[in-house]
Design a protein around this ligand. Structure first.
Ligand SMILES: [Fe+2]
Length: 282
């Protein structure tokens, strides 16, 4: 019998990769990198064998999709920010059995989902960035779920999350789930100064994000779930905040009431709001 051992909302900002390299931004995202490493260590302590990532950089226009190749290997350059992430080599094992089971369970429960084993279907950086820091030794198998659901209802992603929990429990895997996406996600205007990499784009977004983090710290998901659609609409939710809807669907939605554990404090990156937080299991 499988189990869910850890759930978290995480950042994946590409400046984490820049932070590793020599130059003016060297070290700038060390706190976020250390947070990923701590989450990876926690997964090891819990005996996790597979990390399932809802990746808001994987855009889908119809249906729900799981990338469950048996191996992910390549050299990645971001189309969107090639000056931030370029030529990043990666190599991780996959878990096709779990991916197929997730798609089958979600489909059975009314959320039509396809599982793909296509070598040329590559990972996006919402998966690759956290795996770089949590899984550099290829300890964990990886399954990636499309989290940028362009024409989908948040409620459907909630139901996908609930089905994901059932699939995990019906599997033989010990799983960590990562909702890989930001809080507010309004980038800085083009042409902003280089130092804006550490700024929020508008104070409004910081204020809303800070209130959201307060609700999370208080375990007040009854309130947070009520405001999620407007939070997404007014604060430019990354990938429509479908990663967050899946995470909360997995945990019980508005009945979930555990105060989150902040692993990396809220920070602004290129205009957006970011955090690493573990959501204790119900
Ligand atoms: Fe992103």
């Amino acid at each position: 019998m499988g189990k869910l051992s850890l759930a978290a909302k995480i950042t994946h900002v590409p400046s984490m990769y820049l932070s590793e390299l020599p130059g003016p931004h060297h070290g700038c995202r060390q706190a976020a990198i250390d947070g990923h490493k701590r989450i990876g260590e926690r997964c090891r302590e819990l005996g996790v064998d597979t990390i399932v990532v809802s990746d808001v950089h994987w855009l889908v226009n119809a249906g729900y999709h799981v990338n469950c190749n048996s191996r992910f290997k390549g050299v990645y350059t971001s189309n969107e920010l090639p000056h931030f992430i370029k030529n990043m080599a990666y190599d991780y094992p996959g878990n096709p059995e779990l991916g197929r089971l997730i798609a089958a369970r979600a489909t059975e429960q009314g959320v039509f989902t396809r599982a793909h084993e296509i070598d040329s279907l590559e990972l996006e950086y919402g998966t690759l960035v956290p795996m770089r820091y949590m899984n550099g030794d290829q300890h964990f198998k990886v399954v990636s779920i499309a989290g940028w659901c362009a024409w989908h209802q948040l409620d459907e992603s909630r139901r996908f999350g609930a089905a994901l929990k059932d699939a995990i429990e019906a599997s033989d895997a010990n799983v960590a789930f990562l909702a890989s996406g930001s809080l507010s996600h309004r980038f800085n205007d083009n042409g902003s100064p280089e130092e804006a990499i550490h700024m929020i784009s508008r104070e409004f977004f910081r204020q809303v994000d800070e209130r959201v983090v307060q609700l999370w710290k208080a375990g007040d998901f009854a309130t947070f779930c009520k405001m999620l659609p407007e939070y997404n609409a007014h604060c430019f939710g990354e990938g429509g905040m479908h990663d967050t809807a899946m995470l909360l669907g997995l945990l019980g939605w508005d009945k979930y009431d555990k105060p989150v554990e902040i692993v990396t404090d809220y920070f602004a990156s290129s205009g957006t709001g970011q955090i690493n937080a573990i959501f204790p299991l119900p």
